[in-house]
Design a protein around this ligand. Structure first.
Ligand code: FAD
Length: 429
């Protein structure tokens, strides 16, 4: 921890100061809803951009650049009066109403913790060391680099066993991220890799998807789960449900029945957890380090500390294990919390959070997607079109929307994703 012992340079004001930590879906929406009210809004984020995580897999699969799904926070806040600092939260001192960051300390009247989640490796050290994860833009670029690098290396292997090992890709975790990655990789194998690597026999490449539970997309309906499985198999993906990978040492993947698979590219997409925050009481944490909050997003044990989105857990009769960790929950909680903070300022009664499930979707590939909406379930072309439109409209910024649309259109027409640059670290040039 590197807490700096001086004050952040934020002007003093008579308005209540709301410090929001995290400029993701929840934090950003909250800041934008509050800044016109009688509050001083300060947003802290360790990155200087908002990231649209649902399309990270397309960065990993060379279909989009990170800049197309990221938006600079300073640009979003132009002319809003919101104070932004690029700072990493290190600890909270609830007695002094102060946050401690890597660039200094800051007093708050209300603190909102919207720091999201990180990959959960379930304390499996080797898996954490040797697999690739996908929670940030650098993670996605690293997957892209490693995958392309392994294809390059495959060209120079003389033994078929080694060629296969470098071409094979294993994805662990059959949630939306794993399914989308596997589908995108299968399309790359079908349409792009044979043209890029004519010297390689692509029938040596296997794409394997492992899921510990009995079915893919556990958060969606059984029908969507079955259809997604069929789509993946149609694209040539080996789907292994009910298979909890036991070990990986950087070369060999070990399955529960002792069977081993040689594979150099292994992506771990099997769970998330939250990072604990120093200074917050042990009793305020629930499952997977999520902060226990009441119906007003108030963190257990604190009056003026709130949490929302992925790093919080609100348990009620309809959600006994909390809400799903998806963008809609973070956005809707931000909406309620903004209104409740205004009510607190006005000494008015608060309104408890009520989640409206707008449905969920997952795409597998061109014209192949599944959608569970409250009023109907779709699959195939219509679900794929709906998925594309919803994601396009949700991206922050007109330029980003246009870039994504252009890339998608190009890919649709040419069956190619043209961003296969292998960007190496300076020291390795
Ligand atoms: C690969 C992937 C695909 C996904 N696909 C979908 C999808 O299709 N549909 C869907 O609804 N959801 C999807 N999700 C989940 C969705 O992205 C999250 O539910 C959503 O981002 C949660 O919003 P949030 O505001 O809680 O956190 P986030 O959006 O994660 O934002 C957290 C912010 O906090 C910042 N931060 C973290 N720690 C600190 C710190 N110590 N100090 C300062 N700043 C910090 C981060 O930089 C980040 O900006 C996906 C997630 C991933 C990773």
């Amino acid at each position: 921890m590197s807490v700096q012992n001086y004050l952040l340079n934020i002007p003093e004001t008579t308005d209540k100061r709301v410090v929001i930590v995290g400029g993701g879906f929840g934090g950003l929406k909250l800041a934008l809803k509050l800044h016109t009210k009688k509050f001083q809004v300060v947003l802290l984020d360790k990155n200087n951009y908002h990231l649209f995580q649902p399309l990270l897999y397309q960065v990993a699969m060379s279909a989009l650049e990170p800049s197309a799904i990221s938006f600079p926070l300073r640009k979003v806040f132009q002319k809003t009066g919101i104070h932004y600092r690029m700072a990493r939260l290190e600890a909270v001192d609830p007695e002094k109403n102060e946050v401690l960051t890597d660039i200094g300390q800051l007093k708050y009247d209300y603190l909102i913790l919207a720091t999201g989640a990180k990959t959960n490796f379930f304390n499996q050290e080797k898996i954490e060391k040797f697999t690739l994860q996908m929670k940030s833009a650098p993670d996605a670029l690293y997957i892209r680099n490693q995958t392309l690098l392994n294809f390059e290396k495959a060209l120079n292997k003389s033994h078929k066993k080694d060629v296969k090992s470098y071409l094979n890709v294993a994805i662990i975790g059959g949630g939306p991220t794993g399914v989308e990655l596997a589908g995108a990789m299968a399309e790359m194998k079908r349409y792009v890799l044979p043209k890029d690597y004519p010297e390689l026999d692509m029938s040596n490449m296997k794409i394997m998807l492992y899921e510990a539970s009995p079915r893919l997309l556990a958060g969606m309906s059984e029908t969507s789960s079955r259809v997604a499985n069929e789509y993946l198999q149609k694209l040539g993906v080996e789907v292994h449900t009910g298979t909890a990978v036991k070990d990986y040492d950087g070369r060999t993947l070990t399955l529960p029945d002792g069977v081993t698979v040689d594979v150099k590219t292994v992506i771990w997409a099997a769970g998330i957890t939250s990072a604990r925050i120093d200074g917050i009481a042990e009793t305020s944490y629930g499952r997977n380090n999520r902060l226990l909050v009441n119906a007003f997003n108030q963190v257990e044990g604190y009056q003026n500390i709130f949490a929302l989105g992925d790093n919080s857990i609100m348990i009620d009769s309809t959600h006994p294990i909390g809400h799903p960790q998806v963008a809609q929950v973070a956005l809707q909680q931000a909406h309620y919390l903004a209104n409740n903070l205004i009510k607190i300022n006005q000494n008015k009664p608060l309104k408890p959070f009520h989640y409206i499930d707008k449905g969920s979707m997952a795409t597998v590939g061109r014209h192949l997607a599944v959608a569970d909406l409250p009023f109907a379930k779709f699959k195939g072309y219509f679900a794929w079109l709906l998925w594309s439109v919803v994601h396009l409209l949700s991206i922050v910024g007109v330029k980003n929307k246009l870039f994504v649309l252009l890339n998608w259109s190009w890919k649709y027409i040419t069956y190619d994703q043209s961003l296969r640059l292998l960007v190496k670290h300076k020291s390795k040039n």
